[in-house]
Design a protein around this ligand. Structure first.
Ligand SMILES: NC(=O)c1ccc[n+]([C@@H]2O[C@H](COP(=O)([O-])OP(=O)(O)OC[C@H]3O[C@@H](n4cnc5c(N)ncnc54)[C@H](OP(=O)(O)O)[C@@H]3O)[C@@H](O)[C@H]2O)c1
Length: 283
């Protein structure tokens, strides 16, 4: 990857720009509109939102007003947990499309798997949700479909009934919480991995090992995190509402982390972020 518009290829042939602009916790209205517009001005062409973030309206407005052709921007949204199931997922897709005010979506993800801790029939719920996703995909209104926070065993279960293989799995992935096994499983199965909280919600940026490496490469700790994700062949989704940081997070193509330093970062102990086990959440 040499620039923001370079792409990963999904298993259905669709290109997805290699860094996405995250919008979790950015309020709807001016905040998210300004953030998305700034990101697009800098050159980001991939925006990540979700129904749960309650900012799809602002994201869609900023995209529509950007003056950039719709086909040049990759837009992701996600189905929230209360909307799982065949009928509910279809209805939720319509709500998302109404909010965004766009003709089509590039990528729609199941935000979190239904889990056995909460549902006796978790596997069946995920299968039903996925069936709805497949049918929406077949209408052409979404260019790709995928998962988020699915562990390998959730994907194996899903594949028992799936007709279409997921194209993406978006997982928490940052120094101190590199879900290497899940990432490896996805990459081996031709599923693109996206890294949420690539900066560990900012907390990992204070880590001493990262601070030392940042000095060594003459970069910021945020840039080290984003570059480290990319060098794992994973697509980072950094979030910022601060123009200087939105720019900084895009300037990661003029250096390379050595193999030894990659291993050092892989082994950083937990130092921030949500560090969620998808099989053990309460939402
Ligand atoms: N699928 C999922 O379940 C899931 C879960 C969480 C997140 N996500 C996606 O992943 C995206 C990123 O994750 P995240 O928002 O949790 O966290 P993140 O990107 O790891 O961290 C965001 C925090 O870091 C700060 N920051 C950004 N760039 C910085 C820099 N260069 N220097 C210093 N601080 C910096 C931001 O502050 P300012 O904004 O104030 O600049 C914000 O406080 C989300 O926005 C969302 O799109 C998905």
């Amino acid at each position: 990857m040499n620039k923001l518009t370079d792409t990963f290829k999904l298993n259905n042939g669709i290109d997805i720009p290699c860094i996405g602009y995250g919008t979790f916790q950015t309020p709807d209205g001016k905040s998210v509109e300004d953030g998305v517009k700034e990101a697009l001005k800098i050159g980001y062409r991939h925006i990540d939102t979700a129904y749960f973030y309650q900012n799809e309206k602002g994201v869609g407005k900023a995209i529509r007003e950007s003056g950039i052709k719709r086909e040049d921007i990759f837009v992701t949204s996600k189905l929230w947990n209360s909307d799982r199931g065949y009928e509910s997922a279809k209805a939720a897709f319509e709500k998302t499309m109404d909010n965004l005010g766009l003709e089509y979506l590039d990528l729609f993800l199941i935000h979190w798997p239904a889990i056995k801790k909460q549902f006796d029939n978790a596997e069946e719920i995920n299968a039903e949700t996925w069936k709805a996703f497949e049918e929406i995909y077949e209408t052409g209104r979404v260019k790709a479909i995928g998962l988020s926070n699915f562990l390998p065993h959730h994907i194996d279960e899903l594949m028992k009934t799936a007709k279409i293989k997921p194209m993406v799995n978006q997982i928490e992935f940052h120094p101190g919480f590199a879900q290497i096994e899940t990432a490896k499983y996805c990459l081996e199965n031709d599923i693109v991995v996206e890294a949420w909280s690539p900066l560990g919600r900012k907390e990992v940026l204070e880590n001493e090992t990262l601070v030392e490496l940042a000095k060594k490469y003459n970069k910021s700790t945020a840039q080290i995190c984003i570059r480290w994700v990319l060098q794992h062949d994973i697509l980072p989704l950094p979030k910022s509402v601060t123009p200087s940081r939105i720019l900084e997070n895009s300037q990661v193509f003029d250096f390379e982390i050595s193999e030894d330093d990659m291993k050092t970062i892989d082994n950083i102990p937990c130092c921030g972020g949500q560090c969620a086990n998808p099989d053990d959440v309460n939402f």
